[in-house]
Design a protein around this ligand. Structure first.
Ligand code: UDP
Ligand code: GLC
Length: 398
């Protein structure tokens, strides 16, 4: 079996990390996940018996607004990390970078160790989220050093190519899911709703880290256009320093007098029972979502889902067949669909059922992992062939 060195800059379990957890699992006997920060993600990997090592204690500071000078000065900071990764890479057949900073480090290690590099791109490289220079660095390094770029959706792939990325090395592979995890016994859900004090409400769930672009404020605003028994639960926390936004959300709830209708539940390790406790699940990102795991998870929980019509979400939901798509940032339109769902429970049930069937077929983890395995085998055999040809040329020269 192929020995893979996975690299990820985050110690926290965001969507890209949860996706990596599922990808690394089949390789756990021979892989290592190298993280650039400690945190709950490390524990999740350990729980699944996936070898993991935190490769640095220093947080790497490369910010969205960073300039070239700042970018280069932070380079000095990552030198010990780079030499550590180079040292480790010698023991592996392939380097798999799962985030931007992992790409930078992985590209350098790939250059020095001649190990092929794969870049799993989880982000839409738009200027909204990335400074021009960081975007340029990502595209240049990927084009120059990666044998393969895995984009988590067609939307992500398109944005990568628009930013100058090489289409020939870029393949779309969606996130995979184990559908039976989402198919739990629902007999206790009533008590969960009771404990949360939402048993008599029409409950809308929002499951995302709290961050301005995830648009929780849009859902809160939309409640003002819904009757009083419509309640929202916000599951998730600020993962990447967005505490100001959390304060803003609390203020917004207070200003609109919605204290009784909005519950902040913080980060939850097991979202499934909470999804099951909802009547409807919304996704409200105001900038294009690269993939949107929560949308698929809602479908797998057999819950009707309303998603913001942009980015990867359009590839996941078929409007009025497996869910609904609404204009991003439009709380009135969102409220209209919420009210439509409230008034048509049977329609919701049909759509949710259809969503579950389609999602369990399209995003089956075993199939997705096979796709990835085939792609990685291709990368390795291509590398071996290159090496063989280089050797042949070299011997012919002698
Ligand atoms: N999630 C979780 N607990 C929470 C909130 C979110 O486990 O309290 C999970 C959620 O189920 C999903 C992931 O975090 O699998 C978020 O991934 P997504 O692709 O939706 O968004 P991202 O945060 O990666 O942009
Ligand atoms: C990123 C994206 C999210 C995607 C996840 C897994 O975190 O923001 O949209 O679902 O990666 O690919």
């Amino acid at each position: 079996m192929m020995k893979i060195l996975f690299l990820d800059q985050s110690g926290k379990p965001g969507g890209a990390e949860l996706c990596l957890l599922d990808i690394a699992k089949p390789y756990r006997d021979k892989c290592l996940v190298g993280l650039f920060a400690d945190g709950a993600f490390k524990e999740l990997l350990e729980q699944q018996e996936i070898p993991v090592q935190v490769l640095t204690n220093q947080a790497i500071k490369v910010r969205k607004e960073s300039s070239l000078i700042q970018g280069l000065s932070s380079f000095g900071q990552i030198t010990p990390l780079i030499s550590e990764v180079i040292k480790i890479s010698h023991n592996y057949d392939l380097i798999y970078a799962n985030t931007q900073k992992a790409l930078v480090v992985g590209a350098i290690a790939s250059f020095f160790t001649n190990r092929p590099l794969v870049y799993h791109l989880h982000d839409i490289l738009s200027l909204e989220h990335f400074s021009k220079i960081n975007r340029q660095i990502a595209v240049t390094l990927a084009n120059r050093f990666a044998s393969l770029v895995i984009a988590n959706s067609q939307a992500t792939k398109t944005a990568f190519i628009e930013a100058g990325g090489n289409p020939e090395i870029t393949k779309v592979v969606y996130n995979g899911f184990t559908s039976k995890i989402y198919d739990i016994d629902e007999s206790k859900i009533y008590y969960l709703r009771q404990n949360l004090g939402i048993d008599r409400q029409f409950v809308i769930g929002h499951f995302s880290r709290l961050s301005p672009w995830k648009g929780q404020h849009i859902l809160i605003e939309s409640l003002t256009h819904c009757p009083d028994n419509v309640t929202a639960i916000l599951v998730g926390d600020a993962l990447f320093g967005e505490e100001d936004y959390v304060q803003e959300l609390h203020k917004q709830v207070a200003n609109l007098g919605l204290e009784k209708r909005v519950k902040f539940l913080g980060f939850q390790a097991d979202i499934v029972p909470l999804m099951k406790a909802c009547d409807l699940i919304t996704h409200t990102s105001i900038s294009p979502e690269p993939f949107g795991r929560v949308i698929v998870e809602a479908m797998l929980c057999r819950k009707p889902v309303i998603a913001a019509k942009a980015g990867g979400a359009i590839e996941l939901v078929e409007h009025q067949k497996t869910g609904w798509l609404v204009t991003p940032g439009n709380s009135l339109e969102l409220a209209e669909i919420i009210n439509h769902c409230r008034q048509h429970p049977e329609l919701c049930e049909t759509i949710a059922q259809q969503g579950q069937i389609v999602a369990s077929q399209r995003f089956d983890l075993t199939t997705i992992n096979q796709q990835i395995s085939q792609l990685l085998i291709g990368v390795i055999s291509c590398g071996n062939e290159k090496e063989r040809l280089e050797k042949e040329i070299f011997t012919a020269d002698e």
